[in-house]
Write a protein that binds this ligand. Structure first.
Ligand SMILES: C[S@@+](CC[C@H](N)C(=O)[O-])C[C@H]1O[C@@H](n2cnc3c(N)ncnc32)[C@H](O)[C@@H]1O
Ligand code: SF4
Ligand code: SF4
Length: 521
């Protein structure tokens, strides 16, 4: 186990908690997953960072960019193959052959033990490049059998590929479904290439939609978990995505990930060049909230590049360039399966303990009528993984935002920000932007915060809090909720009107060049 892994484990093993008498390092019972989840499903999702919000604090993924071609055109997509400065889907720094991809997976997995999933998500479409995609899976599954395989597709080729997908034990497939009505679809897709012919307009959208829904049914019939991605395009498919949600739910999709359209003109997409805007954070959250029901909504998607490596929200791809991978002697790569398993076992014990602690806190809060009645608050958290408040305010490139009440602390999105501590350079500007980005939060929790940013935040009625440093995020937030409500009651804290429908001012915040738009997902 390398020193980074050791630090990470130490970080998650030694929390200082005031949450309860049960130490978080102890293992209070078995790790069976949430009570309401089928154990077979839990086993598939428990260490997949995209399929489980909880898992994304502990486990990493990597994308291997082996699939350059695409069989359709979306009006929001412009693929780039040598781009290191844009952080959005469809861009990569370098292409990979299946052989180099497998070598890269081994190199990353031996360096980053929390990396549990390899996905193929472009830069084009995984199933428009089936030979490269399945060759890559074949090589990875031989060399690294504990790694989960995952693919993303627009679904056009899916019905023809389901058997091959099942043959490679791929348990997770993402299908992008933006419409179930060809009238809507013709505004999103200028053409598709199907049966050796280019189709346009409503005919194209009809074929695509039928193939997507058929593919989805075929996957769920084989118990393969399907995440449906939908890009929310205001005025085109925003209201219609409720119908999409209903149709995919009916066909057994496991998770629905409604993502905001990214349409900066400089990316050169059709929508970007024609002024099609993306949704505001408030619009996005409203739609996600209205679709949330029996079906899980994904709210922690970071809209990653096609060659992303690391925990969601961090990108370590620059550490694993083709040049570095090519220079590695495969015999020097230490793929230590036992150490990887040991790491996962420890994480699962910690998660199980945290779940029990949360239950105890919630049951304690439930005894108090004032807390039960109090409206939810939004709190921002600086974390670098491990499910803890463990990042210095000035080192945060994103803040996670939680909606907290007496019953739960729910992840509702993230805000990307400029780094505050950059050697004293431009600090005031970045602090202003961070304050704007967190304007709807009552507090920001971090491992440490300096006097100056604390004062500026307080002027905007956002408390900078570092006393929960290195504690588990959700227990700390639930404990803080009690403190906040009591503080408001006693007059020590000035209340902030915040509800789940609060207007999040994403429009007021300009993301730094090269980063995706700020979202509250
Ligand atoms: C680059 S695609 C690769 C996988 C596959 N070709 C597909 O479309 O599903 C990965 C995801 O990024 C999404 N995406 C691409 N460009 C986007 C944009 N400009 N805004 C939001 N999502 C985008 C796609 O819809 C898809 O869900
Ligand atoms: S299907 Fe995927 S890769 Fe192809 S154009 Fe659409 S978003 Fe881009
Ligand atoms: S784009 Fe979203 S679903 Fe895909 S790896 Fe990133 S966080 Fe996961």
């Amino acid at each position: 186990m390398d020193s980074k892994d050791m630090n990470f484990l130490k970080m998650i093993q030694e929390p200082e908690t005031e949450a309860s008498g049960c130490s978080e390092t102890s293992t209070c019972g078995s790790s069976g997953g949430p009570a309401d989840m089928d154990p077979e499903v839990w086993n598939k999702v428990k260490n997949h960072p995209c399929y489980s919000e909880e898992a994304h604090h502990f486990y990493a993924r990597m994308h291997v960019a082996v699939a350059p071609a695409c069989n359709i055109q979306c009006n929001y997509c412009n693929r780039k193959y040598d781009c290191s400065n844009e952080s959005r889907p469809g861009v990569v720094s370098e292409r990979l052959t299946p052989e180099l991809a497998a070598k890269k997976v081994l190199a990353v997995a031996s360096e980053i033990h929390q990396m549990t999933v390899v996905g193929i998500a472009g830069a084009g479409d995984s199933l428009a490049n089936p030979d490269k995609t399945f060759k890559t899976f074949e090589l990875i599954s031989k060399a690294a059998p504990d790694i989960k395989l995952c693919l993303s597709t627009n679904g056009l080729a899916l019905p023809d590929m389901v058997d091959r997908i099942a043959d490679y034990n791929v348990d997770h497939v993402t299908v992008t479904i933006n419409m179930v009505d060809p009238e809507v679809g013709e505004q999103i897709y200028p053409w598709i290439y199907f049966n050796k012919k280019r189709w346009r307009g409503r005919d194209a959208a009809k074929i695509l939609s039928e193939r997507q829904l058929l593919g989805l049914e075929m996957l769920t019939a084989r118990k393969i978990l399907v995440k449906v991605n939908s890009v929310m395009i205001p005025g085109v498919n925003d209201e219609h995505l409720k119908d999409v949600n209903r149709e995919v739910k009916r066909r057994g999709a496991f998770l629905h990930n409604i993502m905001p359209l990214i349409s900066e003109p400089e990316h050169g997409t059709f929508y970007g060049l024609n002024g099609q805007r993306g949704p505001t954070a408030e619009e996005l959250k409203h739609l996600q909230d209205s679709c949330e029901g029996e079906m899980n909504m994904m709210r922690h998607c970071r809209q990653c590049r096609a060659d992303a490596v690391g925990l969601l929200g961090e990108d370590r791809s620059a550490e694993f360039t083709n040049e570095k991978i090519e220079a590695i002697e495969i015999a020097d790569v230490q793929y230590d399966l036992a150490a990887r398993e040991e790491y996962r076992d420890k994480v699962e014990n910690i998660r199980e303990t945290e779940r029990r602690i949360k239950e105890m806190i919630v049951s304690g809060l439930g005894q108090n009528k004032d807390l039960e009645k109090a409206p939810p608050i939004l709190v921002a958290v600086a974390t670098q993984g491990g499910g803890e408040i463990n990042q210095h305010f000035g080192h945060a490139r994103e803040f996670q935002v939680y909606e907290v009440d007496a019953n739960e602390a729910k992840f509702v999105g993230h805000r990307r920000v400029d780094l505050y501590c950059e050697g004293g350079f431009g600090e005031e500007d970045s602090l202003t932007r961070i304050t704007e980005a967190l304007s709807d939060c009552v507090a920001v929790m971090c491992a440490k915060i300096g006097g100056c940013p604390k004062k500026t935040l307080e002027e905007a009625n956002i408390l900078g809090i570092d006393k929960f440093a290195f504690q588990s995020i959700k227990p700390a937030l639930l404990n803080y909720f009690k403190e906040y409500v009591e503080g408001v009651k006693s007059g020590a804290i000035t209340p902030k009107e915040v509800t789940s429908q609060t207007k999040i001012r994403s429009g007021a915040y300009t993301a730094p060049a090269g980063s995706p738009i700020t979202i509250l997902s």
